[in-house]
Design a protein around this ligand. Structure first.
Ligand code: B12
Ligand code: SF4
Length: 507
């Protein structure tokens, strides 16, 4: 029997950040999972992705659908100002509408979001949303709202959030994301997203994936994971896992299920170099299943920086993994973190290296995000507290070179590296998938070839620092010693939880 429709709920993903304008645009799978859970509770749910739709579409949706609750996803810190304004708009158009924010970055700055909202935001939901979002909707208007796990309201904080016990529950409601042909990554055009595992057991100092999930690591059952992949209409799939295929038996089991169901797609995933070395056979097997594109977080070309990032890997292992990936025949992108202390020589070293290897080399700027360990060590040196600059494409720490020179070097490095991979030469290199996308009428990839100079240029990046700042990040609290577990983690690892911080079992 169908459940009665209880409430009209609109879930909104904010617009794309700088690099997403160029290389990729992917479906908001976290929001789709929350949507699945909210729909299962009987509500009427719509998803609006502003990576694809416009601000005018948002307003039209408020007017036409007249949601009784709106939920925003703040996975990216740089989206904070936009989401605060969207929340204020919802409040002014529909004063009775309940407004909530969830998502990765939002979870680390809940109080700050409520302050910026000045009454426009009713609550921030920290941590995973599947179990708690329906409970929040059920508790609207009830003072018990602020006692729910992970919930922060102007009236108080609930206990620590609880983890979803089973990844097989609430598979993404992909049917709610419209204009799906706009989702792509490089030549994988169009491209859907899927999640096979969640969390990461490592603890790199620049990353907040492990602090969000409390260093937990969970797997979908091979049957459910394969069934979900089989249900996807697109020919390409981006696997959103933080580190794919840590446990080889899980990867093999999913592969076998896919073979049994005759699922043939092309895949993109992200993993670590040591995982690739250890599970080489598994990756070779997945190459046969359609794994095409792989992202490896190299992060640095020298031992000292790897130690600083606490990557727990050596340069030797990194280069060995690249060799293996080449032998298997993957298209590989690697990331290098540019330190704000770099001078021309260091950029030059990266450029020289990048030109000698076949991999796509991407540069990101070291950024202390709330939720990372470097937030506690570096954030007092911040040169800007403009959320919009926290997107790993801008420098928010003092640069050794004048800022404009730093950006000039960054863009020059990015440009040289992209010359290898963007442009018509790349179509030749990526051959069949690129042509096939075009034949299907998919033009996202080809459009990207022309956009590079417009999107990535030093003037744009430098000028971004001159914009007036309406919402400023809260200055970091001085931390004398190591941060306490509840300051560092969103989902606090069980062994570090104080009895008082343990939430009631969700669900
Ligand atoms: C996959 C991924 C991407 C993908 C796709 C993301 C997308 N379509 O949104 C791509 C490759 C595009 C990407 C790009 C970037 N990414 Co990214 N990405 C991730 C990654 C690995 C997983 C995200 C994911 O899909 N998780 C699975 C889903 C199910 O979880 P979820 O989205 O978090 O949703 C859950 C909760 O957050 C919550 N929730 C979410 N929304 C809502 C809303 C409501 C109302 C509620 C109640 C709950 C809720 O419930 C969901 C279900 O449990 C995360 C790391 C991480 N583990 O979170 C980094 C991460 C989010 N990315 C990061 C960064 C820096 C970037 C880039 C800026 C990098 C770059 N080089 O440019 C770009 C910017 C992209 C953009 N927005 O335009 C950082 C964010 C840092 C920050 N604090 O802002 C992260 C945390 C990685 C890190 N190492 O620190 N990314
Ligand atoms: S960078 Fe990768 S390996 Fe390191 S903690 Fe983050 S997700 Fe895990």
């Amino acid at each position: 029997m169908l459940k009665p429709v209880l409430m009209r709920v609109l879930l909104v993903h904010p617009s794309a950040l700088m690099y997403s304008e160029l290389y990729l645009r992917l479906e908001p799978i976290g929001l789709e999972r929350v949507a699945a859970a909210v729909r299962a509770a009987g509500h009427e749910v719509r998803v609006l992705d502003l990576q694809i739709f416009s601000r005018a579409d948002y307003r039209a949706e408020l007017d036409a659908f007249r949601p009784q609750a709106v939920g925003f996803s703040v996975n990216y810190l740089a989206n904070v100002p936009e989401v605060i304004d969207l929340a204020k708009e919802a409040r002014s158009v529909l004063p009775e509408c309940f407004v909530m924010i969830g998502g990765h970055s939002g979870s680390f700055i809940a109080d700050e979001l409520l302050e910026h909202g000045r009454g426009a935001i009713d609550c921030v939901v920290r941590g995973e949303g599947e179990i708690i979002a329906p409970r929040v909707l059920e508790a609207i208007g009830d003072p018990r709202l602020s006692t729910l796990p992970g919930v922060v309201t102007p009236d108080g904080h609930g206990p620590a959030p609880t983890l979803l016990d089973d990844l097989d529950k609430f598979l993404p409601a992909r049917d709610l994301a419209h204009n799906r042909h706009k989702y792509f990554i490089g030549v994988l055009d169009p491209c859907a997203s899927a999640e096979l595992t969640r969390g990461c057991p490592w603890d790199c100092s620049f990353c907040s994936a492990w602090t969000f999930y409390g260093r937990s690591y969970r797997k979908a059952s091979p049957e459910k994971a394969a069934a979900d992949l089989a249900s996807i209409h697109e020919p390409n799939v981006f696997l959103v896992d933080d580190v794919a295929f840590i446990h080889p038996e899980h990867g093999f089991a999913i592969g076998q299920e896919l073979e049994r169901r005759r699922v043939k797609k092309q895949y993109y995933l992200e993993t670590r170099c040591d995982v690739l070395i250890k599970n080489r056979d598994l990756f070779a097997y997945w190459k046969r299943l359609g794994l095409f594109y792989m992202f490896l977080g190299l992060e640095a070309l020298d031992e000292e920086s790897l130690k600083l990032h606490r990557k727990r890997i050596t340069t030797g292992e990194n280069f060995e993994a690249l060799e293996i990936a080449r032998e298997i025949g993957f298209t590989v992108a690697v990331n290098i973190i540019a330190d704000c202390g770099w001078d021309e020589r260091q950029f030059e070293i990266v450029r020289e290296w990048a030109m000698t290897v076949p991999e796509i080399v991407n540069l990101t700027v070291a950024t202390p995000y709330p939720g990372t360990e470097i937030w506690f060590t570096e954030s007092r040196r911040l040169t800007s507290r403009d959320y919009r600059l926290f997107d790993v494409a801008h420098a928010v720490l003092p640069t050794r070179m004048p800022l404009d020179k730093f950006y000039a070097e960054l863009v020059k490095t990015q440009e040289i590296m992209n010359r290898k991979h963007l442009g018509w030469g790349a179509i030749q290199r990526y051959g069949f998938p690129a042509v096939r996308a075009l034949m299907r009428g998919q033009t996202n990839y080809v459009r990207m070839l022309w956009k590079f100079a417009k999107v990535v240029n030093e003037n744009r990046q430098y000028n971004d620092h001159q914009r007036p700042v309406v919402y400023e990040m809260k200055p970091p609290r001085p931390i004398a010693a190591k941060p306490k577990p509840d300051e560092l983690f969103v989902h606090i690892p069980a062994k570090l939880q104080k009895p008082a911080a343990t939430g009631t079992a969700a669900g």
